[in-house]
Design a protein around this ligand. Structure first.
Ligand code: NAD
Length: 433
């Protein structure tokens, strides 16, 4: 494997020769990628099982299916997205013709995290290819099996001067970030996002930062509680809570708190069995460091549901914590595990004020039938995106650009937006000679 400098130089030469800009080349590349993923289907499932203990159903549903969906959508629409776009010209220039030409940035760098290590590496890559870039993908070292298969798959399908994978730890990321890329797409923590943006500033490289944060879920007194319980349990405990858009904490109206907790307990039992620690398909925490960080939240806490863990297996059962307020340690950082603190309210407004004072969340989920309240919350709180009466689903739509705002990130992707984010939009005004 070349070092970062050589690799970027090779890719730049390849890009400058124009191969990757060709639309039929891009379509062919996406088809080859699709075939590669199909060939690797079982290995992807095995790797996700080995790295995170994801069951086949969870691995397919939350990783492979999403990537294939994005791939098919891009294949279906690429020609139309890449076509020059005619726009009106100002009336005082009647001979003018105005056109916007989407063009690839050039050599793109994609840095991926470990929690959805397949989806969050290959998803952005689809956008980079569709838009006509070359790309270097750096998977997370914390999910070594997925990292290896990512390297093998890409190495098998593409020449490295077009698409390459550089495996490794922080040093590899740092070496890559020292190079001049034309676009950087980073998914990971807010802290590392700052490092990436600083490095990008050296070369004035534009960035997308898909970061994390504390995403609230709010259940109002008029909510359909059965549905709220189902959707909270699905959203919070998928991948054992190691999901960037998982509800991080629960704000529930005092009048429905007890009933909601009761329904959540039943739902956990229905979904994961009587003893989740014996459920062979419940994902584990990625490593001991994260396990210990999460365990600290459990020590001496008031577990309303769950609360047990097994360090040797890196397992923590779905847990709801009471006795929590805004100053509790669990409310100071993104939890990123199967622990859901619960705060009850009678008046939602002071809680909304508190959310607004804090870093802008990546997601927010509101369960209520009250349209006035829906409008009020959407108008008052800035956050990346979210759902009313659901969790997570906004990020599965090709038609909803997905991303954060403020400390939860900048820029967005999915569907056509994945193409746009990896494209420069070149505006041309043509006049009669
Ligand atoms: P991370 O920031 O620790 O690591 C992400 C990537 O950056 C990895 O490839 C890692 O090798 C690299 N990296 C780590 N330290 C680095 C450094 N000092 N310099 C350069 N590169 C470095 O994040 P993570 O732990 O893999 O992922 C968890 C975080 O990602 C959570 O905060 C989560 O909310 C967020 N996340 C966000 C999204 C989203 O779409 N917004 C999706 C998944 C995860």
């Amino acid at each position: 494997m070349d070092n970062a400098q050589q690799l970027v130089a090779k890719q730049r030469e390849f890009f400058n020769n124009g191969y990757s800009k060709n639309i039929s080349y891009r379509i062919q590349a996406l088809k080859q990628l699709r075939q590669g993923i199909e060939n690797y289907h079982q290995r992807i499932l095995n790797a996700l099982r080995a790295d995170l203990n994801k069951s086949e159903a969870e691995a397919y549903g939350s990783e492979i299916r999403i990537v294939l969906g994005e791939l098919d959508f891009a294949l279906e629409h690429l020609e139309e997205w890449a076509a020059p776009r005619s726009v009106p010209t100002a009336a005082f220039m009647p001979d003018g013709i105005s056109t916007i030409y989407p063009e690839p940035y050039g050599v793109a760098l994609i840095i991926a995290p470990w929690n959805y290590p397949f989806q969050l590496g290959f998803g952005p890559l689809i956008g980079a290819i569709a838009a006509g870039n070359t790309a270097v993908l750096k998977p997370s070292e914390l999910t070594p099996e997925v990292s290896r298969l990512t390297y093998d798959l890409i190495h098998e399908v593409f020449p490295e001067e077009y698409i390459a994978v550089m495996e490794g730890e922080v040093e590899t990321s740092t070496a890559l970030l020292n190079e001049k890329f034309d676009y950087i797409f980073f998914t990971g923590s807010t802290g590392v996002g700052r490092i990436v943006m600083k490095a990008a500033a050296e070369h004035l490289t534009p960035v997308t930062l898909e970061l994390g944060g504390k995403s609230p879920a709010i259940v109002h007194h008029d909510a359909d509680l059965q549905l709220a319980a189902q959707r909270l349990v699905r959203g919070k405990f998928l991948n054992a809570g190691q999901t960037c858009v998982a509800p991080d904490y629960l704000l529930v109206h005092k009048d429905v708190r007890d009933e909601l907790l009761h329904l959540i307990r039943d739902e956990i039992q229905d979904k994961f069995g009587d003893d989740v620690l014996q459920n062979a398909d419940f994902p584990h925490i990625v490593n001991t460091r994260n396990f210990d960080r999460l365990s600290a939240f459990l020590e001496g806490s008031d577990a309303l549901i769950g609360g047990r863990s097994v360090r040797e297996q890196l397992l923590i059962e779905p847990t709801l914590l009471g006795g929590v307020d805004w100053n509790s340690p669990v409310m100071q950082e993104e939890i990123f595990g199967p622990i859901l603190p619960v705060i009850s309210y009678t008046d939602l407004n002071p809680l909304l004020d508190e959310i607004v004072r804090r870093p802008k969340p990546l997601a927010l989920y509101l369960f209520t039938e009250d349209e006035e309240l829906q409008k009020h919350v959407l108008g008052k709180v800035s956050f990346g995106g979210g759902c009313i009466n659901d969790t997570l689903s906004h990020m599965t739509s090709h038609y909803l650009p997905f991303g954060g705002v403020g400390e939860s990130g900048m820029g967005s992707y999915h569907g056509q937006q994945s193409f746009e984010v990896f494209s420069h939009h070149k505006s041309i005004l043509k006049r009669q000679a």
